[in-house]
Design a binder for this molecule. Structure first.
Ligand SMILES: C[S@@+](CC[C@H](N)C(=O)[O-])C[C@H]1O[C@@H](n2cnc3c(N)ncnc32)[C@H](O)[C@@H]1O
Length: 361
């Protein structure tokens, strides 16, 4: 059905003349913290929840480019993914809505000709699920049709130059186009999915794989890692695969397969009871899932074992919902020996953050 045959109308976002509208996504239960970070970045930032997921519409008093510049300059910890909203489509029955989305995409003023374009369509969870029975895959098909027929674009699922994002909330479909690097994550909604492989020791490994992507860390460039709180060994096995020598510390058992690995040393100890000569490692990772201040004290005590330009990566458990205060206290403990370079709540983080530190003194 051609969109002209439908009575569904599409609206242009944003309403504010100098502002911009976005769909933001955070880990479940952390949308409010993302909203408070946005309020610190912009004089005016309004958020409206669209899904318990945590997906929300946010509107700021800065145009798209300026909003993006500010967000990239000081990336919010809890904003996992963002997509611009160029157009909205009211959700009526499924056929009519798909036709309207197709029409809206056809009209987008975007430089897509001959470009590789991915469609990332998502929908709100119950109870805010779309009024009509609309599946993201049907939306993707409709958008792909418009991309090929009207824009002469090349639909792809990865290695894209542009993304068309469609978020289906209860009453409204939010449509926007962007470069993938401007969405904070190239994954749809920032939901990072790695394939579990035979021999994977723990899902914790995905956290380190995601940190590699999110922070742009080339783990293969390091030589010798200290892994604190290492059991059962997902992080250790990942670092060994990257060719590093790994010293793992944990009172708990490591996976038996690790003991056969070349370059692997295991100390069945509490990390408070070990010492190493200076500059023994160029990478320290810690995933202790423990009281954050005690974790920080423990890591700080071991920092002299890390070379001056070495990298330190820790998870920080969030206690009692005081995320920002906890992070500040952890920073206070670690300074001045280590400087916090980046913090992110990754998709694979539960009630925790991942922090990248630089060894300083
Ligand atoms: C979340 S698990 C780590 C998972 C690991 N990163 C992996 O990839 O398999 C946390 C570990 O920290 C260890 N841990 C807690 N306190 C510790 C301490 N003081 N010293 C060493 N390890 C500790 C626990 O025994 C537990 O095995």
């Amino acid at each position: 059905m051609d969109s002209s045959e439908t009575n569904v109308t599409a609206a242009t976002e944003p309403a504010p003349r100098t502002g911009s509208v976005w769909i933001g996504t955070s880990n479940r239960g952390f949308g409010k913290l993302a909203a408070s970070e946005l309020q610190r970045l912009f004089e005016k930032a309004k958020t409206q929840s669209l899904s318990p997921g945590d997906v929300y519409r946010f509107e700021v008093d800065a145009g798209r480019e300026e909003a993006l510049r500010r967000i990239k300059e000081k990336p919010p910890i809890f904003l996992r993914h963002m997509q611009p909203v160029h157009r909205t489509v009211p959700i009526e029955d499924a056929e009519a809505t798909l036709a309207a989305i197709r029409a809206v995409v056809a009209e987008l003023d975007a430089p897509l000709r001959g470009k590789k374009v991915a469609v990332q369509a998502r929908k709100a969870e119950a109870p805010q699920t779309p009024k009509a029975e609309l599946a993201p895959i049907d939306v993707k098909r409709a958008v792909d049709e418009a991309l090929v027929a009207t824009h002469g674009a090349i639909p792809v699922v990865q290695d894209m130059e542009y993304v068309i994002s469609v978020y289906l909330a209860r009453e409204t479909a939010y449509v926007g186009w962007s470069k993938p690097e401007d969405n904070l994550s190239t994954w749809s909604g920032g939901a990072v999915h790695f394939r579990k492989e035979d021999g994977d020791i723990s899902r914790a490994k995905f956290k380190l794989m995601e940190a590699e992507q999110s922070f742009g860390i080339d783990f293969g460039a390091f030589h010798s890692a200290l892994d604190i709180g290492a059991a059962p060994g997902g992080w250790s096995s990942f670092l060994l695969e990257k060719g590093l020598r790994v010293t793992a510390i944990d009172p708990a058992d490591m996976h038996p397969s690790l003991h056969r690995e070349h370059g692997f040393t295991y100390l069945r100890k509490n990390a408070a009871d070990v010492t190493f000569p200076e500059d023994s490692f160029d990478l320290l990772v810690c995933d202790m899932s423990w009281d954050p201040l005690r974790m920080a004290e423990l890591v700080k005590r071991l920092l002299p074992a890390v070379s001056r330009d070495g990298l330190v990566l820790t998870t920080v458990k969030l206690m009692h919902g005081k995320a920002f205060a906890t992070l500040r206290e952890v920073e206070r403990v670690m300074e001045p020996e280590a400087k916090l370079v980046a913090t992110k709540q990754l998709f694979h983080n539960r009630e925790e953050l991942t922090c990248r530190w630089r060894r300083t003194t």
